[in-house]
Structures are given as structure tokens and as C-alpha cells.
Write a protein that binds this ligand. Structure first.
Ligand code: ATP
Length: 334
């Protein structure tokens, strides 16, 4: 079977972007025949950005409940918390020792931090942790540990998948054929949703619409989306509108075409936002009910996560690491 791997960082409350960009397509894909799916809560990754333990814990619970509410079936897929599988860290070290530092210097996330420092006249590495620098190696371990063939990602992540291939290839070259080369899968139909301020909706920008905000909050947030000052009756530019982009991510083709015409006809912003609210709420409402029930049972969620990790370690992670330990010249712990 094809192995598909998806992770969400436990750095905050899941939002509409996570749903449209990752959760909705991933749950649909897991139902395809001959696919083995891996879903993980990326809490080791979260530590790079979040040093608030309560936030990491809360986020873990929220993201787990979100996956389950959206229809993930934990007995049919691998569903686990990254840090429950310590073999990920062991593999990270093996890969660290074959990863070229020069390649990591060029990683987008690190380069963006350096560029920002330069603009501010600071030292290149001011405030940059080694964790941020090493993040592509941790991501490579997530993928290579399970020999995932396909990793659905946004465009900004393609480079990191290429790095995973590079590290995997070097390891294979030195120690034998252990890793399958993963491929990035870019779904052209999946949009990158804008946040309330027009930048990419992201947990780290605090510009999100939480997926399961109570209905009234959802409405308030949608009404707070930044728009231009065109008055009712004035034609509006659908392609450059955050409201339209969000609408399109939830609506059918016909609904989207009708909204495009309404924009050209000068729909009032209030009316467009009301339509957006109703469209999103229609899809989310039944899921929100499930989410509210799940989030009230943290012990139940915890049991599902632990069981998933336990089975995954027995089936794949531990045997793989034992093989790799022997391959590099360390003692096999089994
Ligand atoms: P962080 O700010 O901590 O990086 P994030 O909210 O940007 O968090 P991640 O947890 O890194 O998102 O990403 C999880 C998944 O959600 C990824 O597959 C990513 O492509 C997708 N995703 C995140 N933000 C958006 C967005 N605005 N539009 C579409 N997909 C998104």
C-alpha cells in the first residue's frame, strides 16, 4: 500500500486553514483503497515555537479531538502523538550525523529568521535556536521512520521533503538500503487560507478563525475580516478578497460561481460575510457537536493516543530502530 503521512504542530488551537489544507483532504484520502495513513500530533515540533507547557498540552488535546470529530477512524489508521514514539528522536540523531550543515543553512524557516535579523540590523543568528535550524532533520525522521511514500504538504514544505530525501539517500549510501524516498504531494485544489489580517492563517500569527469556535464567536470573527472600503453597489474584486477566498474553500463550484457574480454586482460586505458565515457553519456544525463531546473526555482521547503509539512502536518503530542501530554499529536493544 501507499503510505501517507500528515502531521499538525501542537502549537495552538486548530483553525479553518488546518481543516481545509490538511484535515479535510487527509480524512477523505484515508478512505481510499490500498492506503496506509499516518496522522501525528507534532509536539516535538511545537517546542521550537512554543515554550508554554499548558499551551502545548491544550493544543494536543484540541488537535486530537479535531481529527476524531472530523471522522478519522483510529482503528483503521495510525494515529499518534509524536513524542509517544521516542524512536523519532533516536532516528533524528542518526540523520543529524549524515545531514549536511550547508544544506540546513538554506532551509526556508531558518533563512527567513536570518533575513529578518538582517533587516533589523541584528546578528544573523540572534534569537535563533538550534531547534529551528534542525527542524528539517526532525521532519525527515517523522517521514523516514515509517517509510512514508507520500507527504501531502503546502508549497513552502517542498524543500523540506527534498531534504528528507537527501538525508535518507546519504544514509542508504553509507549503511544499506533502509529508507524509501518520500514524495511531496501538492493538491492544486487545496487553497492556502488567508487569516483575519490577510496574511496566511497560522497558529503562530494569532490571526486565525478557530475551527470549532462557538457559533457566535465564529460569526464575530468572520465579520472582523479585513475588507476594502468599497460601498454596497460598487463592484468588488473577488480574486483579491479574503472573504471570497474563504467562501470558495467551503462552497461548491456552483455556489462559488454565484458568489463571484454577486461580487461583480456589488454585494455589500455585510451580506457577503453573512453568506460566508452560513456556509462555513453549515459544514462545521455537525462536527462541532462531536468535537464538544470529545473535548469533554480527555481521558478517552488520551487512551486512543497511547494505544495508537503503543501499537505503532511494536509494529514499526522499535524493530526499525533496532535494525538501524545494528546498521550503524550500535548495539541492538531488542
Ligand atoms: P504553525 O504556525 O505552528 O506553523 P500552522 O497553523 O501554520 O501552525 P501547521 O500545524 O504547521 O500549521 O500545519 C498543519 C497543516 O495545516 C499543514 O498541512 C499545513 O499545510 C496546513 N495549513 C496550515 N495553515 C494553513 C492555511 N492557512 N491554509 C491552508 N492550509 C494550512
Amino acid at each position: 500500500p501507499t503510505r501517507v503521512l500528515t502531521g499538525i504542530t501542537t502549537s495552538g488551537t486548530p483553525h479553518l486553514g488546518n481543516y481545509v489544507g490538511a484535515i479535510r483532504p487527509a480524512v477523505a484520502a484515508s478512505r481510499a483503497p490500498d492506503v496506509e495513513s499516518f496522522y501525528f500530533l507534532a509536539d516535538y515540533h511545537a517546542l521550537i515555537k512554543v515554550q508554554d507547557p499548558a499551551r502545548v498540552q491544550r493544543s494536543t488535546l484540541e488537535i486530537a479531538a479535531t481529527w476524531l470529530a472530523c471522522g478519522l477512524e483510529p482503528d483503521k489508521v495510525w494515529f499518534y502523538r509524536q513524542s509517544d514514539v521516542p524512536e523519532v528522536q533516536e532516528l533524528t540523531w542518526f540523520l543529524t550525523c549524515v545531514a549536511g550543515k550547508g544544506l540546513l543553512n538554506r532551509a526556508h524557516a531558518y533563512k527567513a529568521a536570518v533575513d529578518k535579523n538582517r533587516e533589523a540590523g541584528e546578528d544573523d543568528d540572534a534569537g535563533v535556536s538550534a531547534g529551528l535550524f534542525m527542524y528539517p532533520v526532525l521532519m525527515a525522521a517523522d517521514i523516514l521512520l515509517f517509510n512514508a511514500n507520500q507527504v501531502p504538504v503546502g508549497r513552502d514544505q517542498i524543500q523540506h521533503i527534498e531534504m528528507a530525501r537527501d538525508f535518507g539517500q546519504r544514509f542508504n549510501h553509507l549503511y544499506g538500503d533502509h529508507f524509501v524516498m518520500p514524495e511531496a504531494v501538492i493538491d492544486e485544489n487545496v487553497a492556502t487560507l488567508p487569516g483575519l489580517d490577510g496574511r496566511k492563517m497560522s497558529k503562530s500569527y494569532d490571526n486565525t478563525i478557530p475551527l470549532f469556535a462557538p457559533r457566535e464567536t465564529l460569526k464575530k470573527l468572520i465579520y472582523s475580516i479585513v475588507t476594502d472600503s468599497r460601498a454596497p453597489g460598487e463592484a468588488k474584486d473577488a480574486d483579491n478578497s479574503n472573504v471570497f477566498q474563504l467562501y470558495q474553500a467551503f462552497a461548491s463550484n456552483e455556489e462559488t460561481a454565484a458568489m463571484r457574480r454577486a461580487f461583480a454586482d456589488g454585494i455589500a460586505w455585510g451580506e457577503a460575510k453573512q453568506a460566508l458565515f452560513e456556509r462555513i457553519d453549515r459544514e462545521i456544525s455537525p462536527l462541532r457537536e462531536k468535537y464538544d463531546a470529545l473535548i469533554a473526555q480527555p481521558a478517552h482521547i488520551e487512551a486512543i493516543l497511547r494505544d495508537g503509539a503503543q501499537r505503532l512502536r511494536t509494529r514499526y518503530a522499535r524493530p526499525t530502530l533496532d535494525t538501524l542501530r545494528s546498521a550503524v554499529g550500535l548495539r541492538d536493544l531488542s
